[in-house]
Design a protein around this ligand. Structure first.
Ligand code: PLZ
Length: 446
């Protein structure tokens, strides 16, 4: 058995070769002839092992991870408690299909979710494999429970790459371009984007609700689906009061309010879920990513009455709630609670915001620094305007990557740098990453 021995992994960034190094380049050449080119290339350093916030590549470079995959390894890489849970479960059994013969870890994940998800009253959960699959199932449940078809989603939304979730996602290139026709009965509504619309939460909600009422009508609407803090669309934090007003409108109109917490959930924003910050609850909540320390697992958690509306056999799938993934989730959730990773996220956020706000004052071209907890973004714009600068964002990310700091971009306009470090990142590692990022921003914007 080759378990990652955390002791063999440096705790600081250590770069030995140009990045990508020679062995990564060899693997990249093999990849080019073997892997479909439609799969994004990201930064082509091939990873061999990882621990905490450090990933080690095949050339022996130790890189600092400020993306956690894409918001997945919030508890860090190779957490012994989670690795042990995975190994132990793999040694006992890897699959039975929960719908055929059940096992405890599936139930335990649902109990943990029901206890913590921002849902009022008794809750029930069902488990799936990917975020997109969870979103599809949330829509199925909402339609079944209400007998209505329409689903309202927001500008800049991202909900996945399957046919229904492509329809729910806003951005065409690369997610939807050439892949239609898309699922029907999906309606797009204006988001609250304080930096660009200058509206208060209640004003932005009134604008969205007026579109819901005039262009769809509550009697045709099964669900309003929203990311409480948008992820791929640009880490857009709606103005305070926006989410609460939408939730209240949904409740008054027999419309299911679905919070997609796939990117924002599990301590990332400094609470268990992003909705917690405003005390808002949802009828259904979708989760994935951070739930299982990197194993593929997703869930829908919702008010019991809604979840129980679906007939037996209406929800499921061969692999949903796989025993190894479920064991990893039980261990990951316990780890988050025990180590107060929500508190860590707030601590990381305070450091990120103070350094980056200082840079925003110093440099031309930083339109806004925003975010909550360890979900922080920098939106780059032409100085003195709000015109997006996607090339600058790309250049900053590339400059960081070249120094062994993994930084991701996002945004409808591609002009947002996003920081999603593992919540176990040390203060020294974070300071190192911020130093590299600051240098890259100065170089590109200065
Ligand atoms: N909902 C809010 O962030 C996944 C996408 C990466 P899956 N975001 C990362 C890419 O380019 O494919 C995401 C999300 C929100 C749903 C999803 C979809 O989750 O597990 O990728 O299907």
């Amino acid at each position: 058995m080759t378990l990652t021995d955390a002791a063999t992994i440096p705790t600081a960034r250590t770069i030995r070769t140009a990045l990508p190094g020679p062995r990564s380049l060899e693997l990249q050449a093999r990849r080019t002839s073997a892997v479909a080119s439609g799969v994004s290339k990201g930064f082509p350093v091939f990873i061999e092992r990882a621990a905490g916030a450090i990933v080690v590549d095949v050339d022996g470079n130790a890189l600092l991870d400020l993306g956690s995959g894409i918001a997945v390894t919030s508890i860090g890489h190779a957490v012994p408690e989670v690795t042990d849970a995975i190994v132990d479960q793999a040694g006992r059994f890897v699959h039975t299909c929960f719908m055929v013969t059940p096992y405890e870890s599936y139930v335990a994940v649902c109990e943990a979710l029901n206890e913590r998800a921002p849902v009022e009253g008794p809750a029930r959960s069902a488990l799936f494999n990917s975020g997109a699959e969870a979103v599809e199932n949330a829509v199925k449940i909402a339609r079944h429970a209400t007998g209505k078809a329409g689903v309202a989603v927001f500008d800049h939304a991202y909900h996945g790459r399957t046919n229904l979730t492509m329809a729910l996602t806003a951005k065409s290139m690369p997610y939807k371009h050439g892949f239609g026709p898309f699922a029907p009965e999906v309606y797009r509504v204006p988001m609250s984007y304080p930096y660009r619309d200058g509206l208060s939460g209640p004003e932005a909600a009134a604008r969205a609700i007026s579109v819901l009422e005039s262009q769809i009508g509550a009697t045709n609407l099964a669900a309003v689906l929203i990311e409480p803090i948008q992820g791929e669309g640009g880490f857009i934090v709606p103005a305070p009061g926006f989410l609460g007003a939408l939730a209240a409108w949904c409740r008054a109109n027999d419309v299911v309010f679905i919070a997609d917490e796939i990117q924002s959930g599990f301590c990332r924003t400094g609470d268990w879920f992003a909705l917690n910050a405003e005390g808002v609850t949802a009828d259904l909540v979708t989760t994935a990513k951070g739930i299982a320390g990197g194993m593929p697992l997703a869930a829908v958690t919702g008010r019991a009455a809604l979840m129980e509306a679906v007939h037996e056999g209406g929800l499921g799938g061969t692999y949903g709630g796989n025993p190894v993934a479920a064991a990893a989730a039980v261990a990951s959730i316990a780890y988050m609670a025990e180590h107060d990773l929500a508190g860590r996220a707030r601590h990381i956020g305070a450091q990120l915001l103070s350094t980056l706000s200082g840079l925003a004052d110093e440099l031309q071209g930083i339109g806004e620094v925003r975010g909550r907890g360890a979900m922080v973004a920098i939106e780059l714009v032409e100085p003195g305007t709000t015109t997006p600068m996607p090339n600058a964002a790309k250049a900053v990310a590339q400059a960081c990557n070249a120094e062994g700091v993994l930084v991701l971009t996002c945004g409808t306009y591609g002009n947002v740098l996003r920081l999603l470090p593992p919540l176990v990142i040390t203060d020294e590692q974070l300071a190192d990453g911020l130093g590299v990022l600051s240098g890259a921003l100065r170089k590109v914007l200065g």
